[in-house]
Write a protein that binds this ligand. Sequence first.
Ligand code: GLN
Length: 315
Amino acid sequence: MQVIGQEKKEILWSVREILNWTTKRFSESGIETPLLDTQLLLSRVLNLSKIQLYIEIDKPLTEKERNLFRELVKKRLKGEPVSYLLNEKYWHDIKLYVDNRVLIPRPETETMLDFVLQKYKLKNEKPKVIFDLCTGSGCLAIALAKKYPEAKVVGIDLSKDAIDVCIKNAELNSVSNVTWINADVTNIDLFKMLSLEYKKADIIVSNPPYVTEEEWQKLDVGVKDFEPKIALVCDDNGLKIGKNILQNIIQFELLNKNSIFSMELAEKQPQKICNSVSKVIQINHPMWNLPLNEWFALCDYEGKDRFLVRIEQHS
Ligand code: GLN
């Protein structure tokens, strides 16, 4: 028998309803930026910008779009970071491809890069050789290579997977002045080779793994379960790799006479890494007159001593 007027009415989920529902769901599950995450995921599925979402606010989603979006929401609720779900991260002034083979570049690393760029600019010289030790996604190496297209940049990482991501990112950013090396920065032979091949560097940056195993256990699910442990955790209370880098740079005299070195670390680590070398002076504000030819700890905007820095200046 046919019943007329009783056909099942399909619920038409519009952009507005999806935005509201998902934001609420994300918020209830403790996600820190529920609206932004919802907007980013929905923008991807609908191939619209964030602004366009609001122009198309009453547009119903197709079944295919709903299914795609539902999959992303499920993954986000399990803790997977948005950057991995979208395979992209806007960082400093570049766009990077990211997946779980590399750490998602952090804002504090942007702070370090800004500091280096600002201080190097004052030298009125163009750097010729730049090293990025433990390059990860290649963020620092690529941003510096773009800024200084005439420089020879070297990006080094222990993880072959990370180097594959770096190569992809260099292509995405049309950068061709970076040499990628898959090597262990605690290996003295690497530094012998760098010293033979490049003699000295004008800029050396590094964001090595510096988290202790105990700290790692306590990290958010998004970091602990999804980001590569090898990029985060390091022996000797998080200090092993940083100490090795410092010793090798000193032993092979890799810093040029007008160079800058900067390494990102956790609070209180700059002094610990430097113990064998010199006493670390703590500088609270990057605008202050900085000491020359000395190792010092630079604080971040929260006043935490996060960066081990050296500015070489010899006539
Ligand atoms: N700052 C990073 C974190 O939040 C650690 C980065 C690193 O170990 N190099 O976990």
